[in-house]
Design a protein around this ligand. Structure first.
Ligand SMILES: [Zn+2]
Length: 281
């Protein structure tokens, strides 16, 4: 007997999050159960344009950050929203909260796959690594870089910021850990890859050797946390941010190497609009 099931699921294209935005890397059709309030946000994520689309953005000029919300036929209107990232973190207004848990990471070694997507240099991470962020277990998808930093602390901008992008496998919402770089000792973990960073859009580099992103984290993972957005179009307001206080170092030469390829790929800080930034008590 043949039975037709009415499937109340949504057939969506699985997108891999890149550059705090979404670009199509895999096209495995999957059934995705869109939960209640995140549905609209997810729709925005899935509408994120692939690098091949007509929609483009830049960090200056006519497609610069102040125009993002009006580009792409209105699909990026969230960029003019009230819960946007990055922000300037005014430390005197940060609220201490005893209910916040420490970041609990569970990262595995991963093979190295580095891509230049035209906006950032991104290290894609193998599956199986996760982080427990305030009692939600998020999968680590990728990490990438911005020169200078996107978040600022009391107006101070660091020379570089790394974003470790995680996704809740159930709700599909994101959590991003931001790590600042300051000038100092050479960054040993990145040393091996400095000469191999893909220089032009579409370039990539991959190696069978493995990489431990954990070694790129500072000893002290104390953080500021707040609700915000992707920092590139479509600027979807689906991100819980964890901005780590203690910076790590890279040499002047290493920082210059990143900036030479990515140029200034940071979005200006956005209005807080009444949001509260918290830190662990
Ligand atoms: Zn980013």
């Amino acid at each position: 007997m043949k039975t037709n099931f009415l499937k109340l699921s949504v057939l969506a294209t699985l997108l891999v999050i890149t550059s705090c935005s979404v670009q199509e890397v895999e096209t495995n059709p999957q059934e995705i159960d869109l939960g209640d309030k995140s549905e609209q946000a997810l729709a925005n994520v899935f509408n994120g344009k692939s690098p091949e689309s007509d929609c483009n953005f830049e960090y200056e000029g006519k497609e610069g950050p102040e125009f993002w919300s009006s580009l792409c036929s209105g699909e990026w209107e969230d960029c003019a929203g009230n819960v946007q990232s990055p922000i300037d973190i005014i430390t005197s207004s940060v609220v201490e909260d005893g209910g916040i848990n420490n970041i609990n990471i569970n990262y595995e070694e991963s093979q190295v796959s580095i891509i230049n997507n035209g906006h950032t240099i991104q290290f894609n991470y193998d599956g199986g690594s996760s982080a427990d962020l305030n009692n939600i277990d998020y999968d680590l998808l990728q990490f990438h870089f911005h020169t200078g930093s996107e978040h600022t602390i009391d107006g101070k901008r660091y020379p570089m910021e790394m974003h470790l992008v995680h996704q809740d496998p159930v709700t599909k919402l994101l959590a991003v850990i931001g790590i600042f770089f300051e000038e100092g000792e050479e960054q040993e973990v990145l040393k091996e890859y400095m000469g191999k960073l893909p220089k032009y859009k579409g370039d990539s580099y991959s190696s069978k050797s493995t990489f431990k992103v954990e070694e790129l984290l500072p000893d002290d993972m104390e953080f500021y946390t707040y609700s915000g957005s992707l920092t590139t179009p479509a600027c979807s307001e689906i991100v819980t941010w964890y901005v780590v206080k203690e910076p790590i170092t890279a040499s002047v030469k290493q920082l210059a190497n990143f900036e030479e390829i990515m140029h200034e790929n940071y979005r200006p800080t956005q209005e807080l609009n009444g949001r509260i930034i918290r830190t662990k008590d």
